[in-house]
Design a protein. Structure first.
Length: 364
């Protein structure tokens, strides 16, 4: 695509109807791209059946655009960005559901953590699955609410939270010791594990009835801690994959930046679906390159018709290479090349090539 054509497309790229924007933005801060976002999430939910374990965590999409809900997080590599809550399948790393953080909402009946988990897990409730969360989301009320809908919860819980008894807040055990506590109705199991001499970790679980400690482990990690460690990093892996191969480009409009995030996440989901449907593994970088070529070929207008001979050559015979670089046989061209025409075997540079395979002017 020519550069000027690309700039023209980016100049007029919009994701909503501008005449209706003023009325929709009153009730929806995400109105400039909410229609595209909702279609993307609906496709994510309908195209995949998740496994028994899912994880919910945050993603900070790094950007410094002017946006009413931009976030600053000091513990992230990129301090500024748009925050998304992601629900990811633990085994395949498929994005199941996502939700943008649009700022404080005083009309919300529940706490933010509980509201996010219930919203993201709504399509997957009453199926016997388990969700893993960190201490921002985990609470006893959330665990009981999920358990009433046949969904278990495993997650770390804040030591200073209102659900924690006072004697547990000041509890100090010997190094690598474990203490298990249950609620009055025996629905929730609280595990206290002393990771360091001055620090312990609290985990809340409705999946485990008791705590089993593996005898071969030097640190004597309980079963709840090992399960949490094996399922907590799914969202971080998806965020890392999206950062490694990204379509992101400079732009000062936040809907365009959100659209880049949609493209990155949808490429990950397409890669997971391709592997599971075809039952074979492929490198994600190779898959993304092939996906980009196929998507561009759909919209590409053919400039000439290739003969059956050229198609057979393209499939069977790769472009021949010379041992030494020679001048291109075109009189107006002064380039040197080690490639030749596939039909007449004359030296031919890539600039004078007329096809995806190497075909010169005379052979065309």
């Amino acid at each position: 695509m020519p550069r000027d054509r690309f700039k023209e497309i980016m100049k007029y790229l919009r994701f909503d109807v501008r005449s209706e924007r003023s009325t929709r933005i009153i009730t929806d801060k995400f109105a400039l791209i909410s229609q595209v976002w909702n279609r993307f999430i609906d496709n994510c939910i309908s195209c995949y059946k998740p496994g028994e374990n899912v994880t919910i965590d945050e993603q900070l999409f790094a950007t410094k655009v002017r946006c009413p809900f931009i976030q600053y997080m000091a513990n992230k590599p990129d301090k500024f960005g748009i925050k998304f809550w992601l629900c990811v399948d633990v085994k395949s790393k498929y994005l199941l559901n996502a939700y943008p953080y649009l700022g404080k909402d005083e009309t919300r009946p529940q706490s933010l953590g509980q509201h996010i988990v219930m919203h993201l897990m709504e399509p997957f409730l009453n199926k016997g699955r388990n969700v893993t969360t960190d201490n921002f989301f985990t609470s006893v009320s959330l665990a009981q609410n999920l358990l009433s809908k046949r969904t278990t919860l495993v997650g770390t819980i804040n030591k200073g939270g209102p659900d924690i008894p006072s004697y547990v807040k000041n509890l100090t055990l010997d190094l690598y010791d474990t203490k298990a506590l249950k609620t009055e109705n025996d629905q929730c199991l609280l595990t206290v594990y002393q990771t360091k001499r001055s620090k312990n970790v609290l985990l809340l679980s409705t999946l485990h009835d008791s705590v089993h400690i593996h005898s071969g482990d030097v640190k004597k990690k309980p079963e709840t801690v090992m399960f949490y460690n094996s399922t907590k990093n799914s969202v971080a892996v998806v965020d890392q994959m999206a950062r490694r191969y990204s379509t992101r480009a400079p732009s000062r409009r936040w809907p365009v930046q959100v659209f880049y995030n949609i493209l990155d996440l949808s490429a990950i989901n397409a890669w997971v679906l391709y592997q599971e449907i075809n039952n074979k593994k492929i490198r994600r970088r190779e898959f993304i390159l092939r996906l980009a070529v196929e998507l561009s070929n759909i919209l590409e207008e053919p400039t000439r018709e290739e003969t059956s001979l050229q198609r057979s050559i393209a499939l069977e015979m790769p472009a021949t290479e010379l041992r030494k670089r020679r001048n291109c046989y075109q009189t107006h061209c002064k380039n040197k090349t080690n490639k030749v025409c596939d039909l007449c075997k004359k030296p031919l540079c890539g600039r004078c090539n007329l096809s995806k395979i190497f075909i010169c002017h005379n052979c065309k």
